[in-house]
Design a protein around this ligand. Structure first.
Ligand code: FAD
Length: 510
């Protein structure tokens, strides 16, 4: 405990505000409410969910952000705090393949968790690579064990010693290498080099920069599977909201927080258009950069000045196209990746050069493959996700969005989704402008602060504010990082900080 966080002996917080209802916010709200703290969850949008939002139009249902459910054991821990379980709250259906990958030459890969199935496919491209699949998985298993099983992902990294103690492990596991260097040690074929290195993109990390610690994701998928729940990801959002309300928590939507009030160096509540909501502690699930720069007056920020916020590398953004189509495309799996020929240089254009390149790789979500209720009979509700540069690019999406979408639709029609345009019933875009304006995402980032070595662990914004007592963070911009499981772990890390700061709270469940 440091001086700004010291509490009166025996005191416990009675009230808390959580700003933002992404998965991190919902999880933190459940965790605190279950400890008997009266929590109010304050969300600026009309519905809860954050990036995991839902759009319904013309009989079509779209998940607007995350679509792959992974790490059910991590999700289950949050439901357990609410006295229930994931399986009681939601049916989960296993997906096979986890995803289908189409390479630029139309060769393909059905990625799943079956070692024999994976090796059989790899043999078509490079037999020696297939023989090294088990070695690769053996090498990533201990990374998974450190982060998930031994709890590194759910422990706050506010103390440099936590990081220093972890360095020998990082060296031993080779996790200091980049994700691509790690994969390239095992595989020669370019397809395999892609399928065993790209996972960090799921959380906004460039595999050519981010440390191989994020290579635990392929192991996590294999160990815990990839799942779907009827109604899509938004069913998970709703189930968490229900669990929170069931515990006695209060949800206020359409309520933007305009300021975190500070008295005597401590967060004492939040200002909203209707007035002031006092609280013993505040947890921000809003973007970390936005929270510091826009919600806290500069005189209260010795460490997180505007200059420091602007020095952070935020992740890339996404260009999202939602398509309601009067036709089905069975060549698409539930999750499909369609890749450009360029890998490293395309990512460089997005992450570093911050330009809008002429080629693109994309992810397509086709939930009707598993769930007929997501679209009218015989139709598809598709989400096309193209990673693009964040708003530091200066791209004018007001003029670029439509031509860019046209280019992507042209590509998809030529690629094989025939007559796509003439069968469209719903066509909606969500651009980096929308990430910025709808979600208050700094520079329109899609995944928070970029996961690179210099922004990992202790070097990421901490779960406990260094500037204000009584202020904590959960969500993609803080430790451990983005992704549904990641932000749920961040809520646990924030809860640990709160329990440390109010020792009279029991350590139960941590
Ligand atoms: C397109 C896309 C696809 C993805 N796919 C996957 C996937 O398949 N699987 C996976 O695991 N992860 C995926 N991710 C990542 C994952 O969705 C996110 O990392 C995670 O959902 C972010 O949760 P969060 O807790 O950080 O909160 P967010 O979802 O970022 O929510 C923050 C909330 O805070 C609110 N807020 C901000 N400012 C204020 C304010 N001043 N007052 C009140 N409220 C405020 C916002 O409105 C928002 O609702 C995807 C992300 C994107 C963008």
């Amino acid at each position: 405990m440091n001086s700004v966080t010291e509490q009166k002996k025996g005191a416990v917080p009675r009230t808390a505000i959580v700003i933002g209802s992404g998965f991190g916010g919902l999880s933190a709200a459940i965790r605190l409410q279950s400890r008997g703290i009266q929590v109010t969850l304050v969300e600026q949008r009309e519905k809860v969910g954050g990036r995991a939002y839902q759009m319904k139009e013309g009989g079509y249902t779209f998940d607007m952000g995350p679509s792959l459910i992974t790490a059910p054991q991590i999700l289950d821990k949050v439901f357990a705090c609410a006295g229930t379980s994931l399986s009681a709250a939601l049916p989960l259906l296993p997906l096979d393949p986890f995803y289908r990958v189409f390479f630029h030459d139309h060769s393909r890969f059905e990625y799943n968790g079956s070692p024999e199935g994976m090796k059989a496919q790899m043999r078509q491209y490079n037999a020696a690579d297939a023989d090294r699949y088990d070695d690769f998985m053996k090498a990533v298993a201990p990374i998974y064990a450190e982060v998930i099983e031994k709890g590194l992902g759910s422990r706050s990294f506010g103390n440099p010693w936590t990081m220093i103690r972890f360095i020998p492990t990082v060296i031993r596991l080779g996790a200091w290498r980049t994700a691509t260097q790690f994969a390239n040690k095992y595989f020669k074929d370019w397809r395999h080099r892609f399928v065993f290195s790209f996972h960090s993109l799921y959380i906004g990390g460039n595999p050519f920069h981010c440390p191989a610690i994020y290579q635990m994701i392929p192991f996590l998928e294999r160990a815990q599977g990839v799942w779907y729940t009827p109604g899509g990801m938004y069913s998970l959002t709703r189930a968490l909201e229900k669990a929170f309300i069931g515990l006695g928590g209060v949800v206020r939507t359409s309520t933007p927080v305009t300021r975190i009030r500070v008295e005597g160096g401590r967060a004492t509540g939040v200002e909203i258009p209707e007035g002031f909501l006092p609280a013993d502690l505040v947890v921000s699930n809003a973007d970390v950069g936005f929270t510091y720069a826009k919600l806290i007056a500069p005189e209260h920020r010795r460490k997180w000045t505007d200059a420091k916020v602007n020095r952070q590398e935020f992740t890339m953004s996404c260009f999202l196209i939602f398509l309601g189509v009067k036709k089905r495309y069975p060549e698409l799996a539930h999750h499909t990746l369609i890749l450009a020929e360029r890998y490293k240089d395309l990512l460089k254009d997005i992450f570093k050069n911050k330009i809008l390149p002429g080629d693109f790789s994309m992810y397509v979500h086709a939930p009707t493959r598993t769930d007929d209720t997501m679209a009218p009979p015989g139709c598809e509700s598709l989400m096309v996700l193209v990673p693009v540069a964040n708003q530091a690019s200066g791209i004018d999406w007001k003029t670029q969005a439509q031509p860019y979408a046209d280019k992507i639709l042209d590509f998809l029609e030529q690629w094989g989704l025939t007559d796509l345009r003439e069968n469209l019933e719903v066509f909606k875009l969500f651009t980096p402008d929308d990430f910025e304006s709808e979600l208050s995402a700094w520079r329109g980032n899609a995944f928070g602060i970029e996961p690179r070595l210099s922004q990992t662990g202790y070097f990421r914004p901490h779960n406990r504010s260094e500037d204000l007592a009584g202020l904590y963070f959960t969500g993609a911009g803080t430790h451990p990082g983005a992704g549904v499981p990641g932000v749920m772990l961040s809520a646990e890390a924030a809860e640990r900080c709160i329990v440390e700061d109010w020792p009279a709270l029991t350590k139960k469940g941590l």
